[in-house]
Design a protein around this ligand. Structure first.
Ligand code: SF4
Ligand code: SF4
Ligand code: FES
Length: 248
């Protein structure tokens, strides 16, 4: 330990919803900070040295799998990419809200994302009959890049946890859901029309339920351009509305 190392105090939420004797509380742990320590490293040290039962999720340790999202001093963040050096000496860790609690810092984001994917039918809808002899469908580099930009979402849930609307309404699509819809709207292989998309994304569970204060964009660890996504969705859905009204 270096002479100047800080002593960090971690206040960590504890609760096991599967155990009827468990009562929500916080436990406090102290660690000496080491160079380039991340919350992922700190939590593993706490689990190895003080409490083997501490629950939290991780897989990749490099901001790719999206499993280590948690509330860090009141703000959603990935534990594996948060340096303790960027935080004060007292660090409060809570599970992400808006998701079902598994235990302590571990939440079930998978169910939320599966339900959102099923509701928005987040897969390519191809209405042309299959032709085994057809040539490869081409798209411009610019369009492929734009789709890839939306596809960078790692489903960490930080945007959902930061969103006041999503915390009150678990059917609200939130940043991750709206971004997913935009990804398929952009894709020329998806044959859904603007009017089809209107039913999916307009309304209070979609882009018109969004307050636009952009907490989601502030916390997204992949810096997805969510503001551009919402502007795109509003333009497309309003266009579809005017077209269908004009047809009536
Ligand atoms: S901008 Fe919209 S989606 Fe993002 S946090 Fe605010 S209400 Fe939620
Ligand atoms: S949009 Fe960003 S914050 Fe939301 S789930 Fe995807 S990567 Fe995480
Ligand atoms: S452990 Fe995979 S994103 Fe943090």
């Amino acid at each position: 330990m270096s002479l100047n190392a800080r002593k960090l105090t971690f206040e960590i939420f504890r609760y096991n919803p599967e155990d009827p004797r468990s009562v929500p509380r916080t436990d406090t742990f102290e660690l000496d900070e080491t160079p380039f320590m991340t919350l992922y490293i700190a939590l593993n040290q706490i689990r190895e040295r003080f409490d083997a039962g501490l629950q939290f999720d991780f897989a990749c340790r490099s901001a790719i799998c999206g499993s280590c999202g948690m509330m860090v001093n009141g703000r959603p963040a990935l534990a594996c990419r948060t340096l303790t050096g960027d935080l004060p000496e007292k660090i409060q860790l809570y599970p992400l809200p808006a998701f079902k609690l598994v235990g302590d810092l571990s939440v079930d984001t998978g169910t939320w994302f599966r339900e959102m994917s099923e509701r928005t039918e987040a897969w390519i809808h191809e209405r042309k009959p299959f032709d085994a002899g057809a040539t490869e469908e081409r798209m411009s580099d610019e369009l492929a890049d734009a789709i890839y930009e939306n596809d960078r979402c790692i489903e960490c849930g930080c945007c959902v946890a930061s969103c006041g609307v999503a915390n009150l309404d678990d059917t609200f699509l939130a940043g991750a859901g709206l971004n997913r819809v935009a990804r398929f709207m952009l894709d020329p292989r998806d044959s859904r029309s603007d009017a089809d998309w209107f039913d999916v994304v307009a309304g209070e569970q979609g882009v018109f339920g969004c307050f636009g204060m952009m907490a989601c964009g502030d916390v997204c660890p992949k810096d997805l351009p969510l503001l551009d996504v919402y502007a795109y969705l509003r333009r497309k859905t309003l266009g579809a509305r005017f077209v269908s009204e004009g047809d009536e």
